[in-house]
Ligand binder design. Structure first.
Ligand SMILES: NC(=O)c1ccc[n+]([C@@H]2O[C@H](COP(=O)([O-])OP(=O)(O)OC[C@H]3O[C@@H](n4cnc5c(N)ncnc54)[C@H](OP(=O)(O)O)[C@@H]3O)[C@@H](O)[C@H]2O)c1
Length: 325
């Protein structure tokens, strides 16, 4: 079984090349999957550029997402021909990932692709969409559509753009904060009612609280934008935190928590328990399937991955890019 994969080397310099491998190059595992689609996330960009916080050892094949068909299995759980999705766990971090024609993974990392979702659609969501859906589920559990506006930060990013589309489809009034106002139409097409510049959500006044403006906030960037978001919540508001592109650090006083009763929810897609994972994919395959998102996705092949990696690192990338393997 000769197969192609994108390989990242870190010496003598970081470079990404497409090479051919044999089955024995795959890691140990229970299930071999012929990958049909992968997708590109910020974490892939870090792995593909030699970031040791994500990938300890190179050479390495990134790709934290994959959808495809089982071609071999030593587990009773999975049979040849099953349509499956793998996101998170160690895929693409320190385990040979989805920028490859084949992956081999432990049986417990594998999720059955719901009947009503194509393998392509699954990767239009991928880890970004799964994370957006986890974040949105915290909002739907706690905040009604009548409670007020919902702010999404990093709105043109993978997680942000899907969160905008999903919230809007579910009936929320969505305000999109972005550093790329030139993509306002894209955000409006996804369902945002209002676009604001990210500087507006980057308060430097030193005040402990600002005027409450939002019933909920999905923050994908961290840093001072998350600090500001917490200060801008209405009484009883909810904010989710999943990302750190602005900074992994954020500062807050206790006042929004003890005077406005706001709640901060941490979002983790990597080790999310399997039952919750399946429930979220099932929602994505039914009433949380967003046509506007699926139509907005850019599709590329393996050879074009390095260009998109550069855009993600520069912060100039927009929306979702899937990779047809
Ligand atoms: N917790 C989890 O399980 C989980 C899962 C997936 C992703 N994540 C994290 O979530 C974050 C977003 O992931 P993604 O895949 O959506 O990334 P992405 O596609 O690169 O989007 C990030 C967006 O953040 C904004 N941004 C970039 N640099 C910024 C800066 N210096 N300050 C403020 N905003 C900035 C940009 O949007 P605008 O130009 O529109 O502002 C950019 O498009 C990342 O930190 C990622 O690691 C976490």
């Amino acid at each position: 079984m000769g197969f192609k994969a994108l390989r990242v080397y870190d010496t003598p310099e970081v470079k990404q090349v497409i090479e051919t491998f044999e089955e024995n190059a795959l890691p140990q595992g229970d299930v071999i999957i012929k990958v049909h689609y992968s997708s590109i996330n910020y974490k892939d960009a870090l792995s593909a550029t030699g970031n040791k916080g994500v990938t300890r050892q190179y050479p390495h094949t990134p790709g934290i997402d994959a959808s495809g068909v089982v071609t071999a299995s030593t587990s009773d759980q999975w049979q040849v021909g099953d349509r499956v999705i793998v996101t998170g766990y160690d895929l693409g971090m320190n385990t040979h990932g989805g920028f490859s024609e084949y992956i081999r993974v432990p049986a417990e990392w594998v999720v059955k692709c719901p009947e009503t979702l194509t393998l392509r659609e699954a990767m239009c969501y991928g880890t970004a969409g799964f994370t957006a859906a986890l974040s949105v589920s915290k909002i739907t559990e706690n905040v009604s559509t009548e409670a007020g506006k919902v702010l999404v930060t990093g709105a043109t990013g993978g997680v942000g753009s899907i969160a905008v589309a999903l919230l809007s489809q579910l009936g929320y009034t969505v305000v999109a904060a972005t550093g790329k106002p030139e993509y306002a139409k894209h955000l409006t097409d996804l369902g945002a009612s209002e676009i604001i510049h990210r500087d507006v959500t980057n308060d430097t006044s030193g005040k402990a609280m600002l005027k409450g403006q939002y019933a909920a906030i999905i923050d994908t960037v961290g840093g001072n934008i998350l600090s500001t978001a917490i200060k801008m919540l209405n009484y009883g508001g909810h904010v989710t935190s999943c990302g750190n592109v602005a900074s992994p650090e954020f500062a807050s006083s206790v006042f929004p928590f003890i005077l406005r009763g706001v709640t901060l929810h941490g979002i983790d897609s990597v080790a999310c328990p399997m039952l919750k994972r399946m429930a979220i994919w099932s929602k994505i395959a039914s009433d949380w399937k967003v046509d506007a998102l699926i139509q907005s996705v850019e599709e590329i092949d393996l050879e074009e991955v390095p260009n998109v990696i550069t855009q993600l690192i520069d912060g100039t990338h927009k929306g979702r890019t899937i990779v047809k393997i």
